[in-house]
Design a protein around this ligand. Structure first.
Ligand SMILES: Cc1ncc(COP(=O)(O)O)c(C=O)c1O
Length: 362
């Protein structure tokens, strides 16, 4: 594979040399289709089964175009994936050679970066971010990336707003980091929670920064976690590279149809209304949690969850579980002793969560 982009110089040689698998439906979608050993008819009649006897489009043009329009990029800059988790996996698989290359991230952060690296057999560089503000230390990141030629750091993951801290990082700070990494690493900005933040997204900067990759998802603000649909956005050459290693048919036809029915520029208002309600609930929940005596601190959040430091996380989690309320224990992560993450739910769910805090810590 050849291409003008310097990002390709960072890819694994085996991926560049690969002859990608060509699926039947990437070659033909019309005509008398006797090329994919499909059934000639769906198992049942009815609208929801119609067409499901056929393999789906590997990259549905409707979703690619909708994503391009919503995120302000070209369709060639979009890879549609089975959730943004698949985007993380593909990036690691495409760029990191086992036992040689490494990825860098700043804990506490989303756990799948580390897991994807472990599965691939590549190394990790962990630069802990410190409470209470969990700032990014660009100087340390650049030093770590520049300092090891024999074990190159190919991918730097930054999650903003960050899971589980809720911290958001500014656009100019991230763009400066991308510039500093150019030629050595890709900066992967995971914007899974971006719609909840008032800081700008980096999607419109992709054209100017070829080593920048942005991950987006329908699982959070769009309320479609069960659909498994996400997007990897980046330089067209990088997206073309990832197309070579993705699954032959990453998305189910049923999911694509459902996504197409809501994920379009006209559907953005519906999503924004939902975000507004969640943010209002978040403020109400935070205010009430702050009054519970055993709550030591609430970290500033730009997402649809709160990270809460309490006097006794174990007791809180036990009490909540007894009441059927499931919270996320984050107390084992660097800098997060005593911390529990609570997603913002409906008013009734938030009241139930609050009762657990009051009973365990009040
Ligand atoms: C930061 C972050 N990135 C990515 C994901 C995965 O999202 P998806 O459902 O799109 O795979 C999550 C899910 O919790 C997340 O918190």
């Amino acid at each position: 594979m050849k291409g003008p982009s310097s990002v390709l110089a960072l890819a694994r040689p085996a991926v560049l040399a690969l002859k990608p698998y060509t699926s039947a439906r990437s070659l033909a979608t019309e005509g008398l289709l006797l090329d994919a050993n499909e059934s000639p008819w769906p198992l049942r009649s009815g609208k929801s089964f119609s067409g499901l006897n056929r393999y789906p489009s590997p990259q549905p043009p409707s979703l690619r175009t909708a994503a391009a329009s919503i995120y302000g990029v070209k369709p060639e800059s979009v890879l549609v994936t089975r959730g943004s988790d698949e985007g993380i996996e593909l990036l690691v698989r495409g760029f990191c050679e086992a036992r040689k290359d490494r990825i860098l991230f700043c804990p506490p952060t989303y756990g799948v970066y580390e897991t994807a690296a472990a599965i691939q057999g590549c190394g990790t560089v962990r630069l802990d971010a410190a409470p209470p503000d969990f700032r990014l230390d660009a100087r340390r990141i650049l030093e770590a990336v520049g300092g090891s030629k024999s074990r190159p750091v190919k991918l730097v993951f930054v999650c903003t707003p960050n899971n589980p801290t809720g911290t958001a990082y500014g656009r100019s700070e991230l763009l400066a980091l991308a510039r500093g990494l150019k030629g050595r690493s890709l900066l992967v900005v995971d914007e899974a929670y971006q719609e909840f933040s008032d800081l700008p997204s980096l999607t419109k900067d992709l054209r100017a920064a070829s080593n920048l990759v942005v991950l987006r998802t329908l699982s959070k603000a769009w309320g479609l976690a069960g659909l498994r649909c996400g997007f990897t956005l980046g330089d067209p050459a990088l997206i073309a590279l990832l197309q070579r290693i993705r699954a032959p048919y990453p998305l189910s036809e049923a999911a694509v149809r459902l996504a197409a029915s809501v994920f379009h520029p006209g559907g953005v208002k519906r999503m924004r209304d939902s975000v507004k309600r969640i943010l209002k609930e978040r403020e109400a929940l935070a205010a009430r949690l702050a009054e519970v005596p055993g709550v030591l601190s609430l970290f500033e959040t730009h997402a649809n969850f709160l990270l809460v430091k309490v006097v006794n996380a174990e007791l809180l989690l036990k009490t909540a579980r007894r009441r059927g309320v499931i919270l996320r224990d984050r107390s084992g992560e660097p800098g997060l002793a005593g911390c529990v993450r609570v997603s913002v739910g409906s008013p009734a769910e938030n009241s139930a969560a609050l009762k657990c805090f009051s009973e365990a810590l009040g």
